[in-house]
Design a protein. Structure first.
Length: 444
């Protein structure tokens, strides 16, 4: 069996084996991702995207690219730590927009999200996830298209063979390098492009296009310098092991904020003169101690900015990082910790040592940050985050979206949710997916 065939099996298993609790968790991830996308409309990149893409509507490639980019732009979307994959940034926008355009039910949307997320995460785990950072690959950009393709295939009603072809089409174009000298828009567009590529691949497969399904077994392993490993899958979907973030900054900095929160209980951190942050070595590949960030992307990746946000009581406020204010008054030093590296990637831990003018020091290590599977956010916290993110929609629309998303299996038509979100759909709806697939097969 090829790896692509095994991934499709994993996605189908997640879709069929998810019990009520797992489906409820998946619905909360959908709610969270939609909130991130709405908030992303206020991010500086949104205007540049609009000038580039115009005003796309429905499930077009441009709209999927836009929504997926906006979902991740504040670094507020969920992550599966062990695989280093952002499962919802690419899968939820692709699945939601297609489900809305084709008048699919909330239950069908959940099936698609569960399967697509499973495939993206499982691919990340097979290739070592965070180990890819060392060779400058970004797992979310590499494998997000596979998840988006699988989710779209389910909504199109494609069979297993066509789904494997869709993943093969995606595999032929895998890519996604970590940014180097500049983060900026190009980094965030990778998530949007992965989602759009996945939708395109599913549509191509629906029209009879085919591709090699062994691309991940040999060519990808050679290119990534990482052999995929066999592994036992857990009995519950991987999405249940994903973290909904409480802070809009790079995930390695969440444990830093959590450590500062604990230290602040016993000390006045405003009088500190120096902060030393220890992280697992691989995570230093994409976080910095930059005190004068060039823009929001750089601020979200800066330990100095995360510390400043925590000290100001604004660690959960995307506007703080978007402002990208200089924080030259903070002396922050980053270093790698071998002890923390041994716990990685099961734990994205951090140690923070604070030095005061008196010369005294205090130190705290946090293995798991709030939101991690070991200490997940409560429903009230998830809903509160969504309301903050979706404030521009108005309280009534936000209330309706919370109610509908928390009971997504009961939603008859996802298009109603798109209306609440203000997502423009084509005046002339697309033909039902069954009709499109039937036409494609008739042409074979």
């Amino acid at each position: 069996m090829t790896l692509i065939a095994d991934l499709v099996s994993a996605g189908w298993q997640a879709r069929w084996s998810a019990g009520p609790r797992e489906r409820e968790l998946a619905a909360r991830h959908v709610l969270d991702a939609l909130g991130c996308a709405v908030a992303g409309r206020e991010h500086p990149i949104s205007g540049r995207l609009a000038r580039w893409l115009g005003e796309p509507a429905g499930a077009s490639r441009a709209e999927v690219l836009r929504y997926a980019t906006l979902t991740h732009i504040d670094e507020f979307d969920s992550i599966h730590p062990a695989s280093a994959v952002l499962p919802c940034a690419s899968v939820v926008p692709a699945a939601f927009l297609r489900a809305a355009a084709d008048h699919r039910s909330g239950g069908q949307l959940l099936d698609a999200v569960l399967a697509g997320s499973e495939i993206a995460i499982e691919a990340g785990l097979r290739f070592g996830g965070p180990a890819l950072y060392a060779n400058s690959w970004w797992p979310s950009a590499l494998f997000g298209s596979l998840g988006a393709a699988a989710a779209t295939c389910i909504l199109l009603g494609l069979d297993r063979a066509a789904t494997e072809s869709a993943l093969g089409i995606c595999a032929a174009g895998l890519g996604g390098l970590l940014s180097d000298s500049v983060l900026g828009d190009g980094h965030y567009l990778l998530v949007g492009r992965a989602a759009a590529d996945g939708v395109d691949a599913a549509d191509a497969a629906a029209c009879g296009m085919r591709a090699s399904t062994s691309l991940l077994d040999g060519p990808a392993a050679a290119a990534l310098q990482q052999q995929p490993t066999a592994r036992d899958r857990p009995p519950i979907p991987h999405l249940a092991g994903s973290a909904i973030k409480p802070y809009p900054c790079a995930r390695p900095l969440h444990a830093v904020v959590a450590a500062l929160t604990e230290l602040a209980v016993d000390a006045d951190l405003a009088t500190a003169t120096n902060f030393t942050v220890l992280l697992p070595g691989p995570l230093l590949r994409f976080v910095t101690a930059e005190r004068e960030p060039a823009g929001p992307a750089e601020a979200a990746a800066s330990a100095a900015c995360a510390i400043a946000a925590a000290l100001a009581g604004r660690a959960a406020d995307p506007a703080f990082f978007r402002a990208a204010r200089p924080v030259p008054h903070l002396a922050v030093h980053l270093a790698a910790s071998q002890d923390l590296a041994r716990a990685f990637p099961q734990h994205w831990a951090a140690t923070v040592e604070v030095t005061f003018s008196s010369g005294s020091r205090i130190r705290r290590t946090v293995l798991d940050a709030p939101g991690d599977p070991s200490q997940p956010l409560t429903d009230d916290e998830i809903i509160g985050k969504f309301r903050q993110q979706a404030a521009s929609l108005g309280a009534r629309a936000a209330d309706d979206l919370v109610r509908e998303c928390l009971d997504l299996d009961a939603v008859e038509d996802v298009a109603a949710l798109a209306d609440l979100l203000g997502v423009a759909m084509p005046q002339n709806r697309r033909r039902p997916p069954e009709a499109r697939v039937a036409q494609a097969r008739a042409g074979d």
